[in-house]
Design a protein around this ligand. Structure first.
Ligand SMILES: [Zn+2]
Length: 283
């Protein structure tokens, strides 16, 4: 738009000037589209081709850079060391006992002090968060594991990176170029407006419906492989649904409503375990 419109006060004489600008705009748009289409990668975890234009290392950097801002939005980190240790232990088992451990991502599982907000979320690269408000509603280790496993699913499916690629496409930029100007070891580059915009985007937490269902599916797989009963994911949905009768968990502003999700989670469990869920998994 900027390129196509002549601004006031400029010497007129313009047909060529305007069409020149149009050509520039078209060239930029073409490069963006070609960049988007050519930046296709195969994701071995989801077994799908996806459009991403930043590397896993850049995802990790972006996540680490965004983590303090995310924590500040939710009352900072929890001071309950016992609960934090349990969250870390359960989260780390999801990584070490599954194919998640073979990905380049570096996972940290943070408990946030916020008692009122009921939510969990993930930043690109492996920074995963759950609020005390949500953790206290969960009754079993399996329910905590399934909640964290869903968030791990978002990370390894690279949902944020795909969103960045789409966003960059519409802006005629590439995430890789933006991040290339950013040096995590040099604080002066943190104020780079484009990097700030990327951070604002990744902390806004919104994923599409398909991304949520894919994260559920991956979550079922990872939780079960790590020794937790995947049916606890359905319990989590039921807990959130019950809470939603008296108040709306923030979880629902960033995640689809649970009724449809419960059916899809059950389908994912049936697909993963055609002969039934094995005995001996931690509920
Ligand atoms: Zn989600």
């Amino acid at each position: 738009m900027v390129f196509a419109s002549g601004s006031t006060g400029e010497p007129s004489g313009g047909g060529f000037r305007i069409s020149g600008r149009l050509i520039i705009a078209l060239v930029i748009a073409a490069f963006s589209i070609i960049g988007y289409l050519s930046s296709t990668e195969y994701n071995p975890i989801t077994q799908q081709k996806q459009h991403v234009d930043i590397s896993p290392q850049q995802e990790i950097t972006l996540g680490l850079q965004s983590a303090p801002q995310m924590a500040n939005q939710f009352g900072g980190m929890s001071r309950n060391a016992t609960m934090q240790a349990e969250v870390s232990e359960i989260g780390n088992s999801l990584v070490s006992k599954t194919e998640v451990g073979t990905t380049p991502y570096k996972f940290d599982f943070h408990l946030l002090a916020d008692q009122k907000t009921i939510n969990a979320f993930a930043l690109p690269g492996g920074q995963v968060f759950i609020t005390e408000g949500l953790l206290k509603l969960l009754n079993t280790r399996g329910e905590v594991a399934c909640t964290l496993a869903h968030e791990v699913g978002h990370v390894v499916a690279r949902h944020s990176a795909q969103q960045i690629a789409k966003q960059q496409l519409s802006q005629g930029l590439t995430g890789a170029a933006v991040l290339a100007t950013y040096d995590p070891n040099d604080p002066s580059t943190q104020n780079n407006a484009a990097v700030a915009a990327l951070i604002a985007q990744v902390v806004s937490l919104k994923f599409g419906r398909q991304d949520e269902l894919e994260a559920d599916k991956l979550g079922v797989r990872f939780a079960a492989k790590a020794g937790y009963d995947p049916r606890s994911m359905i319990k989590v949905m039921q807990i959130l649904e019950k809470v939603s009768r008296s108040r709306t968990p923030e979880f629902f502003s960033t995640h689809p409503n649970p009724q449809h999700r419960i059916e899809r989670i059950q389908e994912a469990i049936d697909q993963e375990f055609p002969g039934g869920v094995p005995d001996g998994l931690t509920p």
